[in-house]
Design a protein around this ligand. Structure first.
Ligand SMILES: Cc1cc2nc3c(=O)[nH]c(=O)nc-3n(C[C@@H](O)[C@@H](O)[C@H](O)COP(=O)(O)OP(=O)(O)OC[C@H]3O[C@@H](n4cnc5c(N)ncnc54)[C@H](O)[C@@H]3O)c2cc1C
Length: 287
């Protein structure tokens, strides 16, 4: 296996193009090194992009949104002031990934690019309307993240391509988000199911769902709602969860996962709605 550490994205793309079917991008290595060790992936070439000069600014915020580069780590995401202000659900998800040590290495883009349906940051990114830019020596394309996930461990990013940016638009005024996940135990564990709820000013809700289908999924939008009405909230949950197909596995049986998904979705929607109304997470007014 060859290892190459290019000094620019262009060099990385040229290297990936030399053996597209058998090359892998390396950032933090928290997924890739495990796969290499287990020999579930046996590439001819590993391209480590951490030293690329043009990737030295991992997170860039402007009036219209935030652009994350391929080297942005979970720790950088969770501590960025604009991300904290605009995307609380993404901060909550990033802070749940692994441990402090993992979060200083694990990159945001690779969490989605790895294609796990249980990746913690995919649900908030879906709910918040993220787009990814995929590049190769042939050029680049930008697609909504909701079209990026094809199947478990399969995305639109083909061998030889590189996700060069992930862009999240600034949330609309009066909207709010929240992320919750369920695990078998506290500490380092993957989600049994997870929900990121995004509530707009008119009460309409979108939800990113994790670990309840072959890919992370987008549910909604529901259309305007009175979330103070128990009946409307239950109806919203039906809409948000209609495409979820929870399975039974080592983490939970199918009926339990389906039941917990609904509980989690309700809590996430109410937490986001509370934030929108200026309440803290215990429902107390903070205005
Ligand atoms: C102990 C431990 C605990 C963990 N806990 C959690 C958890 O709680 N929640 C969770 O969601 N995840 C968890 N993870 C997984 C999480 O760390 C990874 O998904 C991480 O975000 C991937 O980032 P990375 O930089 O390490 O990727 P890498 O391992 O470097 O790459 C992962 C894959 O993505 C590809 N890739 C990377 N970057 C790009 C790019 N820019 N373009 C195209 N392809 C790319 C690589 O080729 C590789 O196939 C855990 C991992 C470990 C080891």
């Amino acid at each position: 296996m060859r290892y190459y550490r290019p000094e620019s994205t262009a060099d990385a793309l040229r290297a990936l193009a030399t053996s597209p079917a058998s090359s892998r991008v390396l950032v933090g290595g928290t997924d890739l090194l495990v796969a290499l060790r287990h020999r579930t992936v046996v590439p001819d070439l590993v391209v480590d992009i951490k030293a690329a000069r043009d990737l030295r600014e991992p997170i860039r915020a402007d009036d219209a949104g935030v652009t994350f580069g391929p080297t942005a780590t979970m720790a950088q995401v969770a501590t960025h002031p604009v991300v904290q202000e605009w995307f609380p659900a993404l901060v909550e998800a990033a802070l749940l990934v692994g441990s402090v040590a993992i979060r200083t290495r694990a990159s945001l883009i690779a969490n989605s690019a790895n294609g796990s349906p249980a990746a913690d940051t995919s649900p908030p990114l879906l709910g918040l309307g993220a787009e990814v830019t995929i590049a190769s020596t042939e050029g680049e394309r930008t697609v909504p993240l909701r079209d990026f996930f094809l199947a478990s461990r399969r995305t639109l990013c083909e061998p030889g391509e590189l996700v060069t940016a992930l862009r999240v638009p600034r949330p609309a005024a009066g909207s709010a988000s929240a992320y919750l996940r369920m695990t078998r135990r506290r500490g380092v564990d993957l989600a049994t199911c997870s929900v990121a709820a995004v509530v707009e000013a008119d009460g309409s809700v979108t939800a990113g769902l994790g670990a309840v289908g072959p890919t992370a999924l987008l549910g909604g939008p529901t259309g305007p709602l009175d979330l103070g009405s128990a009946e409307e909230l239950e109806h919203a949950l039906d809409t948000l969860l209609e495409h979820a197909t929870p399975i039974g596995d080592v983490r939970a049986g199918r009926p339990y996962r389906a039941a917990m998904l609904r509980v989690l979705a309700k809590r996430a929607v109410l937490r986001a709605a509370g934030r929108r109304a200026g309440a803290d997470d215990q429902g107390r007014s903070v205005q």
